[in-house]
Design a protein around this ligand. Structure first.
Ligand code: MMA
Ligand code: CA
Length: 237
């Protein structure tokens, strides 16, 4: 009886121990497989992430290269536009000048304001004095006056000569050599009558090339000088 009890007791013990062992083994298997699953899950996640990031980087690189190309195209276009702008601006300035000139001619003249804008009245005539920094040959000066619907000044009185004299420079007047060596002709085709207002010793035709007449800056008297010299000038109308 005692032996039977002992045997069945040890059997129960064995079964319990086996179950415990089996349980432990199962637990280990579950834990290990779970761990393996977790690792491969993260690996996949990272691989995906790396794939996505690489794709984004490649796309951005492509976009950057395209933007670089656009930017260099734009720079080229800008250069073209800039040069077109310069051309247009230059022609605008020219037109503005032309407009100013036309407006000057359009100015309504009246007995109390007989001279155009930019012209000076002196004893019932209107005079244009060239700008201080400008200088031209005698012919160019005359052409400038004619473009202003006037001509180089014809001097008839000492007072007019004083008025025409420029303090800062030599001034062309509308007198030049005629057909004869000692003949002097005004721009209106008339010959110089009388003595005129020559400087002492003038006209001397220095070097044989002095066919045009200027007013010296200090003396307010005439001198014959080479027509190709460039001086200030005074127009009259
Ligand atoms: C001198 C004098 C003039 C002449 C000029 C030319 C400075 O004046 O001889 O008669 O016209 O020289 O430069
Ligand atoms: Ca001279």
């Amino acid at each position: 009886m005692m032996a039977t009890v002992n045997r069945s007791q040890s059997s129960v013990c064995w079964i319990g121990a086996s179950a415990l062992c089996l349980g432990l083994i199962l637990l280990t298997v579950i834990l290990v497989s779970h761990n393996t699953n977790t690792i491969s899950h993260w690996d996949k996640k990272y691989a995906n992430l790396i794939y996505e990031i690489t794709k984004s980087r490649d796309e951005l690189t492509h976009e950057r290269d395209q933007l670089k190309m656009y930017s260099s195209n734009l720079a080229e276009e800008m250069e073209v536009l800039q040069s077109q702008y310069d051309t247009v601006a230059a022609s605008r300035d020219k037109l503005q000048e032309e407009l100013n000139r036309l407006n000057l001619n359009r100015t309504v003249l009246s007995p109390d304001k007989p001279c155009r804008q930019g012209w000076i009245q002196f004893n019932n005539k209107c005079y244009y004095l060239s700008a201080a920094k400008e200088s031209k040959t005698w012919e160019e000066s005359r052409k400038d006056c004619q473009e202003r619907e006037a001509d180089l000044v014809i001097i008839t009185t000492k007072a007019e000569l004083e008025f025409v004299k420029r303090s800062s420079s030599v001034t062309w007047i509308g007198l030049s050599r005629g057909e004869q060596q000692d003949e002097w002709k005004w721009v209106d085709g008339t010959n110089l009558e009388g003595e005129g207002f020559w400087e002492d010793g003038e006209p001397n035709n220095n070097g044989g090339i002095e066919d045009c007449v200027e007013v010296a800056r200090f003396t307010a008297a005439w001198n014959d000088a080479p027509c190709n010299n460039t001086f200030s000038w005074v127009c009259e109308h």
